[in-house]
Write a protein that binds this ligand. Structure first.
Ligand SMILES: [Zn+2]
Length: 644
């Protein structure tokens, strides 16, 4: 955890034009900058960056955010990674935040494991390249398999000597904690002694997204019936198998560029393909793909191509559970490579160009491939065939995202063809599965809603009420916007805009229907009362992504108090600087008007009660008249007549 102080320091340095401009070519346009959106394909620039507000918005695809969310989106960083990247860029020293004792303990263990792994990686690489045993056994084996030194260094390969405790002794001499050494799986304890776990094996370090070593795969050199081919790091604080894709660190940029991720089974497949210049490739490690792994892939691309070798159990395992990939919106293709080959041997034999061509020419659609295999299994058994039809309908029904509608239609058509059944029949069946899933989700949502709050508000049908609702929402947001933009400017001689808005908002809070917006007001008030000086930046860069997104959404890049306004207000206002007061005032007036209109309504309900005494009625009537006058004054000052 990074301390708040460090975060503030980083934020104060951020120059959104410099950072975003490093990835997108920006041109000045008035107070804003304009460029081609990096998130969608366009020929006319609609990607707008406001240096004053430190946000970007794309009017083509609707993406918006701040410098940090830009890095998160564009570079696939986590929030903390983005902060660290900026800290390095601006030479800000990172100070870690106080943690709870448990969190600190866990952090310390994780840090220790990273340090030990880094030490081990270096130790094993040194042995491989410089020791006699490493060169004679490890290096000659790797060279025999066709790897060059450059690629070995890129993947930081190593060799563990075939001795009882060569590594363990080195690690203990370097003062590493024996408990943590055991946790990394690098050593095992045998009767009070620590022994090397990877004796005589080639070491493949496994990296996380930021390039740190989180674990190892250790491969035996000479096949031996008693020993496993690979030993892998046991699950620990930093090695979580379900989240790992081998090679993702080395492949990230290539995947982004190719807009495709190739999936193979083993470490050596990844390394061979890299050596051949095919770098958009990762390995699943021979287990079925997990939701975390699929999401990791989807951060880079929607196109997953699984390279499948006929007799590989690992890739078959990866194929299981791929229905999840469809729900994640991934487009999955399969490539079956020729018999008795694996990607490693095949790319060596035919070369990179031919390999690429082979992949491109032999992609099979995952759903249709599964269908063909299942159909072959079912042969002439009509019960089995019915099950296949149901299965494929269920699978297709999972492609239920709006944008994938055409894809779903295509699948129905092609599957019906393969199955020799009526397209409309399959269509009906798919719809049945979609309905079932929606009903299930609705029941779940209804149960959850009942448990937490009252029924959701009815959605207004006609366009007018929608406009009204939109206008109201705009004004609610306006309240937050002026608070964030002008909060620290002066309101009058004694107070700031923030004082004014916070005192008004206490009264007007119940008029703000979007309760999430109140989070910002509340947080602003907290900070302000603590003597801090919150600005829009503190919200734009808040670590709570919901809050930050909300703050970006209330900011309007085109809502600039431009000097042109001066002419418009000619004579009325002296300097453009004063315009913000007008802005603040009109937002507050609007909400006040709402408040008064609600009071009038309530008062009218009271007046219609039958059991009123004359005195009571007079009080209500006087109130009514008074409220009506206030309403009129406000309407006049707002310069418009607003229908209730
Ligand atoms: Zn865009």
């Amino acid at each position: 955890m990074i301390s708040q102080q460090t975060i503030q320091q980083i934020l104060s340095r951020i120059d959104i034009i410099e950072i975003v401009g490093g990835f997108v070519k920006l041109k000045r346009r008035g107070t804003n900058y304009l460029g081609l959106c990096p998130f969608h394909n366009e020929k006319t620039p609609s990607f707008t960056v406001s240096p004053a507000k430190e946000i970007y918005k794309c009017f083509g695809c609707g993406r918006s955010g701040n410098t940090i969310s830009f890095l998160m989106e564009h570079e696939k960083y986590s929030y903390v990674e983005a902060l660290r990247w900026l800290a390095a860029r601006y030479n800000v020293e990172i100070e870690e935040k106080e943690l709870s004792p448990e969190a600190r303990q866990q952090q310390q263990v994780a840090d220790s494991l990273y340090i030990i792994n880094a030490f081990a990686q270096k130790f094993f690489s040194d042995i491989l390249f410089t020791s006699e045993e490493g060169q004679d056994i490890g290096l000659s084996y790797l060279k025999e398999r066709g790897f060059n030194e450059e690629i070995m260094r890129k993947f930081q390969l190593g060799y563990c000597p075939d001795q009882r405790d060569h590594f363990a002794r080195a690690a203990l001499t370097a003062q590493y904690n024996p408990d943590y050494l055991i946790r990394t799986g690098l050593v095992v304890q045998r009767e009070e002694k620590l022994l090397d776990n990877y004796r005589g094996r080639i070491i493949f370090p496994v990296h996380n997204q930021t390039g740190k070593v989180i674990g190892f795969g250790a491969r035996i050199i000479r096949s031996n019936d008693r020993a496993p081919k690979y030993i892998n790091t046991p699950e620990n604080e930093i090695y979580v198998k379900s989240k790992i894709l081998y090679g993702s660190y080395q492949a990230r940029q290539a995947i982004d560029k190719a807009d495709e991720c190739l999936l193979v089974e083993g470490y050596t497949d990844v390394i061979s393909l890299h050596q051949a210049g095919i770098e958009n490739v990762v390995a699943s490690g021979g287990t079925s793909l997990t939701i975390d792994q699929l999401r990791l892939i989807r951060k880079y691309t929607h196109h997953l191509t699984i390279i499948y070798d006929g007799d590989s159990a690992g890739v078959k395992a990866a194929l299981r559970g791929l229905d999840m990939a469809l729900e994640e919106g991934l487009d999955v293709k399969l490539v079956l490579i020729p018999d008795k080959e694996d990607p490693d041997s095949y790319v060596r034999r035919i070369g990179a160009t031919a390999f690429r061509e082979f992949i491109a020419a032999n992609k099979k659609d995952f759903i249709l491939f599964q269908l063909e295999v299942a159909l072959k299994d079912a042969a002439n058994d009509s019960n089995k065939k019915a099950a296949v039809v149901n299965q494929v309908a269920e699978t297709i029904s999972r492609i239920n995202k709006a944008e994938d509608f055409t894809r779903q239609q295509d699948y129905i058509r092609q599957s019906a063809e393969i199955l020799h059944i009526e397209e409309t029949g399959l269509h009906t069946l798919v719809n049945k599965y979609i309905r079932e899933r929606i009903t299930k989700q609705e029941n779940k949502a209804a149960a959850a809603a009942q448990a937490t709050e009252e029924a959701p508000p009815a959605i207004p049908q006609d366009e007018d009420s929608l406009n009204l609702l939109f206008r109201h929402e705009q004004n609610e947001r306006g309240m937050i916007r002026v608070l964030l933009e002008y909060g620290l400017r002066s309101w009058d001689d004694q107070s700031l805009v923030a004082d004014y808005i916070l005192s008004e908002s206490a009264e007007l809070a119940d008029l703000i229907d979007n309760k999430r917006l109140l989070m910002i007001i509340d947080l602003f008030r907290d900070w302000y009362q603590q003597g801090l000086e919150p600005t829009s930046k503190n919200f734009l860069y808040h670590e709570d992504q919901e809050l930050s997104t909300l703050a970006v959404s209330v900011m309007d890049v085109h809502h600039e108090l431009s000097p042109n306004w001066k002419e418009h207000y000619e004579g009325k206002i002296n300097t453009p600087d004063d315009l913000y007061k007008e802005d603040v005032e009109s937002v507050v007036r609007y909400l006040r008007l709402r408040k008064i209109q609600r009071l009038i309504q309530e008062n009218q309900v009271d007046m219609q009660k039958s059991a009123l005494t004359y005195e009571e009625w007079v009080v209500l009537y006087t109130t009514h008249k008074h409220l009506k006058e206030m309403e009129m004054t406000l309407l006049q000052s707002l310069g418009t007549v607003i229908v209730k």
